[in-house]
Write a protein that binds this ligand. Sequence first.
Ligand code: ZN
Ligand code: ZN
Length: 285
Amino acid sequence: MAVGETMMAWLDPAGRGRFVVAAAVLGTLWVLESVAPMFAGRSRRLTHLGANLGLAAINGVVLYGFAFGLLAVSEWARMRGWGVVRWLGLPPVWAWVAVLLLFDCWQYWWHRINHAVPWLWRFHAVHHADAEMDASSGVRFHTGEMILSATARVVVLPLLGMTVLQLAVYELAALPVILFHHSNVRMPAAVDRVLRVLIVTPWMHWVHHSRWQPETDSNFSSFLSIWDRLFGSFRLRERPQEIRLGLDGWPERQWRSLPGMLAAPFVKRRGVDRERADRSRSADQ
Ligand SMILES: [Zn+2]
Ligand SMILES: [Zn+2]
């Protein structure tokens, strides 16, 4: 069938492209993190990298099936002329710009929802519990969170009128930025200040990974930094090297291993949810 052939024609190149970009960017950042780290004293970098990449590999396999579903719904919407961008009747170039901006905006709100809804937070907390954050933390997401995100996209793509090619382009452009803003590279303040006019930078995202909840619940943008400024969640620290990364009160040690990370959202954690609420009340540090 034509749809099946289309899938094979470019889903594989898209996957390969992401893999090559991720490997090149992770390798470059690994060297920079070794030469000039912002947070010093990392003694188990290889084990940490192995666990995070292991989780990413599982996600890659599980999500492959979703790619076919996404292609099917986006093609279905395209044939019917469905989606906000199509209804606007924009010229092709502006339709691309609009759909990529709208999708980045969706990513912001999806991330923010993950912080606000307790059962979604259970999955997203695996990303935040990484106390030794580096570029590989940019692919450390629980498989459950990835499945939920992909399921939401089954609705979001036809609603926006976004094609799977546009999604692949967005993901390819966002991936280096996501790996970069998770990295442990000692970014000069002046360079970061210039870059964050447009994209999310390490100085922004380290704040998001702070143990202090008012900071955890800030800087939700993934790619363009504009959404945090627009929706009032932009926040910075004068001396980011003083940020305590990770999550207080969560079993970080158990969550370091791949099995520990996978089991984390389903483990009964006495008082942990209450602890998160308490942290938001005691808004001092
Ligand atoms: Zn988050
Ligand atoms: Zn992050």
